[in-house]
Design a protein around this ligand. Structure first.
Ligand code: NAI
Ligand code: MG
Length: 358
């Protein structure tokens, strides 16, 4: 298969882990006879420095013309004092919006060699494998009005959704559950919010189209509790923007390190933006010690969700797991008795596991 990928390394360790992504993609290309062409563009602080804007037109155009986008991270103390329109995050929010990426996918796994690194008990997180799907372009974060009123004595934010916005994200939830373990948890606050009552109705309607998927409804407060007391009970969780923001960060403690977590932001036609969950880590920038695994797992998500290369994606995930089992780890991971390595060595360990496979 021929695929065009736009690379947005961004700032800080974003540039370092993007190199790892390229090595992994080139390996997959030669092992499976695919052709990936890369075009690199600026975003975030890097783009502010070079072009005076966090999201240059060239970058938007390149993303729109490609099959998928891979992003490192944006931000850093250098731009913290900038006015709002010259903030690195503007670039990231802007490109998600421009591409209409309404579904944010965050898989969270309890890797067996990292179980002890989580603050939760090993027996609680063992075997957990959850996909959280968060609505990304609607709800409370975008509703208008959002303003101070009455000389600052009142304030309003608006939680607004159209039926169509709810339908498409809920459908994504069912589709994802169908190709995983066929269990969907819909999270809402239907005992209080009208938006949640409509959400729940739509889930019930959609359930008829996916008779093989088992559906449960959970209130968000109960879901928050069960996520860390019984993570094993979940397969796919689907929820609106605000609830998803909070639950996905909560779930990240299951893995033991921020450096391990991938994410995808996608739309209906399969185009997507893939990035690790962590930021630009200015404290370790340029030292060659950043954990590339969150980025490498994001590459796997890209292959699965944008290119339908399920086998290739699974091979990458297995190779990552094997590296950890062999004891390879970067400084952010606490693996007893293993071998502590840098970004390049960790990437090489993944490549070796990938290539000895076939
Ligand atoms: P951060 O995720 O960059 O770093 C938090 C801590 O985790 C740091 O100690 C860092 O060294 C460590 N860490 C993160 N990723 C790592 C990796 N791959 N390997 C090893 N250690 C890793 O979050 P922080 O420090 O709050 O933010 C730094 C900058 O990144 C800020 O400008 C922030 O706005 C931005 N940011 C960007 C995001 C994005 O591009 N999606 C997401 C979160 C923050
Ligand atoms: Mg968050």
């Amino acid at each position: 298969m021929n695929k065009k990928i736009t690379l947005l390394p961004g700032d800080g360790i974003g540039k370092e882990i993007m190199e790892s992504a390229k090595v992994v993609l080139n390996t997959i290309a030669s092992e499976y006879d695919h052709r990936f062409s890369f075009q690199e563009h600026a975003i975030g602080g890097d783009a502010i420095d070079r072009y005076g804007t966090p999201l240059p037109e060239d970058t938007i155009q390149a993303c729109e013309d490609s099959d998928a986008v891979l992003l490192g991270a944006v931000g850093g103390p250098k731009w913290d004092g900038n006015p709002p329109h010259l903030r690195p995050e503007k670039g990231l929010l802007g490109i998600r919006k421009k591409l209409g990426l309404f579904a944010n996918l965050r898989p969270v796994q309890g890797f067996s060699s990292l179980l002890h690194a989580s603050p939760l008990k090993e027996e609680v997180i063992k075997g957990s494998d959850i996909l959280i799907i968060r609505e990304l372009t609607g709800g409370l974060y975008f509703g208008r009005p959002s303003e101070r009123r009455n000389d600052g004595k009142e304030v309003v934010d608006t939680l607004a959704y159209s039926r169509q916005e709810m339908e498409r994200i809920i459908e994504k939830g069912f589709q994802s559950a169908q190709i995983r373990n066929k269990q969907l948890t819909s999270v809402d606050k239907a005992n209080v919010l009208e938006s949640s009552r409509m959400w729940r109705e739509i889930v019930e309607e959609k359930a008829k189209e996916f008779p093989d998927v088992k559906v449960e409804h959970l209130l968000v407060d109960a879901a928050a509790m069960k996520l860390i007391t019984e993570p094993n009970r979940f397969d796919v969780i689907v929820t609106e923007n605000l609830f998803g923001d909070i639950l996905s960060d909560e779930a990240s403690v299951l893995t033991g390190s921020l450096g391990m977590l991938p994410s995808a932001s996608v739309r209906t036609d399969g185009v997507g933006l893939y990035e690790p969950v962590h930021g630009s880590a200015p404290d370790i920038q340029g030292k060659g010690i950043a954990n590339p695994l969150g980025m490498i797992l994001s590459v796997a998500l890209m292959l699965r969700h944008s290119f339908h290369m399920e086998e290739e994606a699974t091979e990458i995930e297995k190779a990552v797991n094997e590296c950890l089992e062999q004891g390879y780890h970067t400084g952010d991971l606490d693996i007893k008795g293993g071998q502590k390595v840098g970004t390049k060595e960790m990437t090489q360990a993944v490549i070796e596991n990938l290539t000895t496979k076939s």
